[in-house]
Design a protein around this ligand. Sequence first.
Ligand code: PLP
Length: 455
Amino acid sequence: MKNKLVAGKTIQEWTSRFPLINNMINDEEVFWVNPKYTVFDEAAKKINLTEDDVKDAEERLNRFSPFIMAHFPETKDKNGIIESPIVRIPNMQGAISKMFDQETLGDLILKMDSHLAIAGSIKARGGIYEVLKHTEDLALENNLITLEDDYSKLAQDEYRKFFNQYTIQVGSTGNLGLSIGIMSAKVGYKVVVHMSSDAKQWKKDLLRSKGVTVVEYASDYSEAVKEGRKLSDADPKSYFVDDENSENLFLGYSVAAGRLKKQLEDMNIVINPDNQLFVYLPCGVGGGPGGVAFGLKLIFKDNVHCFFAEPTHSPCMLLGMMTEKNEEVCVQDFGIDNITAADGLAVGRPSGFVGKTLEELLSGIYTVQDDKLHALLSTLADTEKIYLEPSACAGIPGIVELFKNESHLEYLKKNNLIDKMSNAVHIAWATGGSLVPKESMDEYYRLGLEALKNY
Ligand SMILES: *Cc1c(COP(=O)(O)O)cnc(C)c1O
């Protein structure tokens, strides 16, 4: 282990250059401020994706809204737009201030992607978008539709038969598989989901009940992706959703930002230089939080500050961005085990595409212990009657982390934000939970009460 080279350096060379890695190897919680964080207008010049790409994704989702309504009647009240509510959680804010003995300035809001229609997680954004994008591409190439058509016609049997010649494949820790699997099966595709060892049994069962082929791997997420990609590439009628590199997924996620802006305005919240927005996003491979953060930066520019949250046992994006080696490093290289109760975040190797795109846009990353995730889960249930899965709780302690001590305060000081914090708006992005079966949720809750004894 000692002399092993990781992206050209020994572990010791890495830890002497970045001492924080020592804490990470010991599974301790850390808070990292991105030294490359830059003003938006400068950072944006180096990125290929633009506002037009996000707008294009938005318009595509609008075109598909009649199709979504036809297949998923539960989306009718939102006209076929899959979007989640935001809610203030003052009781939870009070509870965590007490729990961590830490004053928190500003208002804490929960973005409830946990309750997104169809897939019950943030994956209902990127995953569903990518399946629909591919569907539109195929339908246009084969002259089945024009951009002006009512896409609900694609829900008819003759079109489902057409799509049934094609296969969609994806590697997943669980939730991406659910989102891609459920939507692909509705469109008519054959679907193969390659599940990592972290994936919960109920997710596999649910997918199989919808006719999806689930292939199980004893290894972690990166292996499941690798195998899935290989099998898909060997079949010309198969399309692989590449969670590590897909721009489509990323853009699907980014659409959240414009919709959030409207939701904030409906609550009379305007983000400007005196009213800054802080957003805390649970991060696995990076596409979900990365896409949302990118969308937010396009809209709110220097008035929004995005932080990723990772489990202490799977801090892949932090390793990738800190070392600037991105997908060349994985947590296992450093002897970190990638075993966490936060199954949606159990990813050992980050997306290089996301790490590079957000290189100068991401404010920082912090890590969270599993016990704390459970404690937050049961506290949120008790204070606000909202039930999330463990992964989805990782964004909640962000508001506490920001103010925790002198080294954490560095970010606010460096950006001259200290005296603006009483007006700040903090959003914890709750990324999943509503599909979790009751028995599993009861168990999470019980673990939470157990963990709370340590606070
Ligand atoms: C997938 C997932 C995330 C993170 O998304 P990535 O694109 O993997 O970074 C966060 N929370 C939950 C519940 C998820 O399923």
